[in-house]
Write a protein that binds this ligand. Structure first.
Ligand code: AMP
Ligand code: ZN
Length: 112
């Protein structure tokens, strides 16, 4: 499949992994927007948050648990942000569900 993140999962494209279990992978964003900028993705190819179904909804919870663990491992004790862009207007450029975990500075509050 022609999906950058599936290629990262398979190892075809290298990445700087920070967390992995049987369902979820997390790696450093290649173009960081904050001192800590991690992408957390399901290993299953789901195109975006708009494509989550009853059958795959539990993966979102797995991602949340991974986020909490990663935030702790990066010592983001004073807070962090988890964001998922969806579709063209949401600014999604890679159509494989991913959450941006951002932290390491006081983040801007504007969301739009
Ligand atoms: P989005 O714009 O929400 O779809 O986010 C896609 C993110 O993937 C962007 O922040 C990119 O910097 C990041 N990205 C694209 N290619 C790679 C890659 N090969 N390794 C790590 N991050 C990547
Ligand atoms: Zn994919």
């Amino acid at each position: 499949m022609d999906c950058i993140f599936c290629k990262i999962i398979s190892g075809e494209i290298p990445s700087e992994k920070v967390f992995e279990n049987d369902k979820v992978l997390a790696f450093k964003d290649i173009n960081p927007m904050a001192p800590v900028h991690i992408l957390i993705i399901p290993k299953a190819h789901i195109e975006g948050a708009d494509c989550i179904t009853q059958e795959t909804a539990a993966l979102a919870g797995e991602i949340m648990l991974a986020a909490k663990q990663i935030a702790k491992s990066f010592n983001l004790d004073t807070g962090w942000r988890l964001v998922s862009n969806v579709g063209e207007d949401g600014g999604q450029t890679v159509r494989h569900l991913h959450f941006h975990l951002l932290g390491g500075k006081k983040l801007a509050t504007e969301l739009a």
